[in-house]
Design a binder for this molecule. Structure first.
Ligand SMILES: Cc1cc2nc3c(=O)[nH]c(=O)nc-3n(C[C@H](O)[C@H](O)[C@H](O)COP(=O)(O)O)c2cc1C
Length: 328
């Protein structure tokens, strides 16, 4: 069992990564249905929450069937992070996660996300303020360091554990790397091996297959794995990894019918949560991912991204399932 404060997770949990514009409630619903053990919201701006911006507030929506679920916050100001942790706690998640990993310019260059890796005293102060602001467990997601010269994750892990975080997820890249090169899990393993570290350490970066998940589990000794991009359009990754861990066998890929049904479920949840107009519009970015590798999908995609009618979306998805074959 992995324990995060009062939250008990299965042995070696699989976490769905927080992903902006992806890991919203509709997407989380399909990942939960396929075995994600712990999920997070998209990152939410602390300033946005304090301003009560509609976009930030809506991201606070969490549902009972999603539990355990964490709300992820980012910001550059200690007091705003404290206040936004209080606001987030009222939304009823199981934990609060702090983002110290986001590398993108308009976050990191404004002193938030991965920028805190260059200012450990402020990171400690911010984390401590959040820990004190909520009765919920607080977790952190971060990277190896700012750049190759300052891979300070070992120090970061000790300092953050000392002030009370309950788990740490490490993406095996630096800020400067952004998403380039391969994720390096050797430093993640070092953090895990440190006898001072008692909290769960979750590894993240480039896990795309059950085989790689098992290899990294065994080689790097982490307490669980967080999966991001491999789940986009492919929520089956969670159940495939679990099945492989349990049996050593690879599940057959989802059938076209299953792909269509899960895509429909995602769409239905989008309509429910976002309303008809936005639900239809935002679902458009997901179709290619669900039907990747299918010959002749393009004309169906063209129709899916043009229609404004929910009934037509369902009808086209039925047609897809009835008429296409895998390219390979
Ligand atoms: C589209 C997208 C959005 C992301 N948004 C967030 C975010 O909101 N918060 C966060 O901590 N990480 C975010 N990330 C980083 C992922 O959580 C994860 O660390 C990264 O994708 C590496 O894991 P992977 O190789 O399994 O994808 C995002 C990544 C992607 C691809």
């Amino acid at each position: 069992m992995a324990q995060i404060g009062n939250i008990t997770l299965p042995d070696f949990p699989l976490l769905l990564a927080p992903m902006e514009d992806v890991s919203d409630p509709p997407f989380r619903a399909v990942c939960k249905a396929n075995g994600a053990d712990l999920m997070y919201t998209e990152f939410i701006s602390s300033e946005g929450l304090i301003r009560d911006a509609a976009k930030s507030r809506q991201k606070l929506d969490v549902f009972d069937y999603e539990r355990p679920i964490g709300i992820q916050l980012f910001g550059s100001d200690v007091e705003s992070m404290r206040e936004s942790a209080e606001i987030s706690t009222l939304a009823g998640p199981d934990l609060i996660d702090i983002n110290y990993g986001c590398p993108v310019k308009n976050v990191a260059c404004k002193g938030a996300g991965a920028a805190l890796l260059r200012d450990i005293p402020k990171m400690v102060e911010m984390t401590s303020a959040v820990v004190k602001a909520t009765h919920l467990p607080v977790t952190v997601k971060t990277r190896l360091g700012w750049d190759d010269a300052t891979k300070n994750i070992t120090e970061v892990a000790e300092r953050l554990q000392d002030i009370g975080i309950q788990a740490l997820t490490i993406h095996g890249r630096t800020r400067v790397q952004m998403y380039k090169g391969d994720a390096d899990w050797t430093l993640i393993a070092k953090v895990k091996e440190n006898p001072r570290i008692k909290i769960p350490i979750f590894g993240n970066g480039d896990i795309e297959t059950p085989q790689k998940a098992l290899e990294y589990r065994q080689r790097y000794g982490v307490d669980g794995i967080m999966i991001g991009r491999a789940s986009i359009g492919y929520p089956w990754i969670f159940r495939e990894i679990k099945h492989y861990f349990e049996t050593g066998e690879i599940l057959p890929p989802p059938t076209l019918q299953e792909r269509m049904e899960v895509c429909k479920m995602h769409f239905t949840k989008s309509l429910e949560w976002k309303g008809e107009r936005l639900g239809i519009f935002e679902m458009r970015r997901h179709y290619t991912n669900y039907f990747r590798g299918l010959a002749n999908f393009k004309p169906y995609r063209m129709r899916l991204v043009q229609t404004e009618s929910p009934e037509e979306v369902y009808n086209i998805l039925d047609e897809v399932a009835g008429s296409l074959v895998y390219a390979d």
